[in-house]
Write a protein that binds this ligand. Structure first.
Ligand code: AMP
Length: 542
């Protein structure tokens, strides 16, 4: 028997109408300009999205053509985010920090026909353009289109000129909610990047999850500072979720360093913000020497890599800001789990829950797979690879068979950990980063977090290095805070209180800067290479 209910499609057009209609006058997108901000109401964003859709139709975007963006987080990027899927085309966010060969690969693989580019990124984009085989139109936002030399067959347009004079309403088509809305390539460090194609339905459901009270709890009362780039995992869903519920959004544009982030927080007073741990480490370090009023923030979301407990405690104890630890991947839209301690927990137990990756919501099922492919119990101890499935989890990659990544309808995350009977996920490592010492596993993430708990340490990375006796042992690479001094022996003594004796690292190195990936996470592959090439000055403790 079927239900008697209607089947209204879950599409981006509904999100666009809700944000620009009921919330049109009250909600704003605020873009940081370096000194101050420029503001646009959601009503204006809606009108300009309609103008953009008309203009793109004029450029031949009449179906599911891919429209790329090569942009920072700003108001224009939000307009493209809304207009392109709502008109039935497919948004492709290009990660400006990928290597040029990877960028060329993804733009050609996705067959981008139009690319919208920020003027400040033209020097970078201009070098790629001759290699982009399918691009016919480049639209430059922020002025300066005349500066771009276009290869034959490519037309260059100015964003504002293109919009000017276009109708401010658009008859958004009724689309199949399962059709493609947006795509994002994973920042693979070894093989070619893989394309994840989100549907209207997956984005809609994911946005609702972002807004749920036990999700990121985004509401019309919020002003969200979206530090996570819109070219990385859809800025963790914040742009669509904010538009859906009428939360205002603060966009940092290209000003992603600790100083402007502190300043825009003091001036624009966001209530919540989201970024990877390395960004927050930098902000906290800056704030300790340069106090700013960050009291408007009640919650910050930390994810993309494990959040060290020390980072959480500093936020909470020194600034009264609650840290929400979240786990996800490009393939999971990205919001998977969020960590809020169960009601009634107190004392240290609260920290234990909150430092974990948290609970998965009803929309995401999880299982742990052990060495022999058996499904492991949720007993808080059995460690296996996490597999997930659900309506906003990828089922395959775009035009690229990768059977390794998908397993009987489940996504293999490559993350390793355990789940407690009450559903809290605790990741211990990436499958490829776990260290096997004398047949026993050592969690590199656990060691990193503990070393980063030392007051002299800004950042710590741990990799496995070959060892004659144990086959592999941990090597800790430490970045000290400005003006701080500490040696390897002292750091190892510091760990001795909380780390089993056989796990205590004997290999240590001090580095000026931690190598990072295109999205700001520790790049262990580069550190391993530096070590293999003899580029690290390693101390061996007895
Ligand atoms: P990406 O697709 O670039 O966002 O990377 C996803 C990967 O980041 C995951 O598979 C995890 O390895 C890692 N990750 C994301 N969030 C967390 C977290 N809270 N704790 C530990 N690792 C995380």
């Amino acid at each position: 028997m079927f239900s008697t209910m209607q089947d209204g499609s879950l599409t981006i057009a509904r999100i666009l109408e809700q944000g620009s209609g009921p919330h049109g006058a009250s909600a704003q997108v605020i873009t940081w300009t370096g000194e101050g901000s420029r503001r646009r109401t959601y009503a204006d964003v809606g009108r300009r999205a309609a103008q953009l859709a008309h203009a793109l139709r004029g450029l031949g975007v009449t179906g599911d053509q891919r429209v790329g963006t090569f942009m920072w987080n700003n108001a224009e990027h939000l307009e493209v985010y809304l207009a392109v899927p709502a008109m039935g085309a497919v948004l492709h966010t290009l990660n400006i920090r990928l290597f040029p060969e990877q960028l060329v690969y993804v733009a050609n693989h996705a067959e981008d026909e139009v690319v919208v580019v920020d003027t400040t990124l033209l020097p970078l984009f201009g070098k790629l353009l001759p290699e982009l085989k399918t691009v016919r139109h480049v639209v430059v936002a922020g002025g300066g289109a005349a500066g771009l030399e276009a290869p034959q067959g490519v037309q260059v347009h100015d964003y504002e000129e293109l919009l000017s004079g276009q109708p401010v309403e658009f008859d958004w088509p009724e689309l199949d909610e399962r059709s493609a809305a947006a795509m994002c390539y994973t920042s693979g460090t070894t093989a070619n990047p893989k394309g994840v194609v989100y549907s209207h339905r997956s984005i809609y459901l994911h946005s609702m999850q972002v807004c749920m009270t036990d999700g990121m709890a985004l509401s019309q009362a919020d002003r969200a500072l979206a530090i996570v780039p819109m070219f990385h995992a859809m800025s963790w869903g914040l742009p669509y979720a904010a538009f859906m519920v009428g939360a205002s959004i603060v966009m940092p544009d290209r000003f992603l360093q600790p100083e402007p982030l502190a300043k825009m927080t003091a001036v624009e007073r966001p209530t919540m913000a989201a970024a990877v741990p390395t960004i927050w480490q930098g902000v906290l370090q800056y704030l300790s020497a340069n106090p700013h009023d960050v009291s408007s923030l009640s919650e910050v979301v930390v994810g993309g890599a494990a959040c060290p407990l020390s980072l959480m405690k500093t936020f909470e104890e020194e600034y009264g800001i609650t840290v929400l630890h979240a786990w996800g991947m490009t393939e999971t839209s990205p919001l998977g789990s969020v960590s809020r301690a169960p009601a009634g927990t107190t004392g240290e137990e609260v920290w234990r829950y909150r430092a974990s990756q948290g609970r998965l919501p009803a929309g995401v099922q999880a299982r742990l797979i052990g060495d022999d492919d058996q499904v492991l119990p949720w007993d808080g101890e059995s460690v296996g690879e996490l597999e997930v499935r659900g309506p906003w989890i990828a089922a395959s990659y775009y035009g690229d068979d990768d059977p390794e990544k998908f397993h009987d309808g489940w996504l293999r995350t490559g993350d390793v950990g355990h789940i407690s009977p009450d559903g809290f996920l605790q990741l211990t490592d990436r499958a490829k980063d776990v260290i096997k010492s004398g047949g026993e596993w050592i969690s590199s993430v656990d060691l990193e977090n503990k070393v980063m708990g030392h007051p002299a340490v800004a950042e710590a990375m741990v990799i496995g290095v070959p060892d004659e006796k144990w086959s592999e042992r941990p090597l800790v690479a430490v970045v000290l805070r400005d003006g701080q001094q500490v040696d390897a022996a002292e750091l190892r003594d510091f760990l001795a209180d909380s780390v089993a004796k056989w796990q205590l690292p004997e290999y240590w190195t001090f580095i000026d800067e931690a190598p990072k990936t295109s999205v700001g996470k520790f790049d262990k592959k580069r550190l391993r290479k530096q070590h293999a090439d003899g580029g690290l000055d390693v101390t061996r403790l007895d």
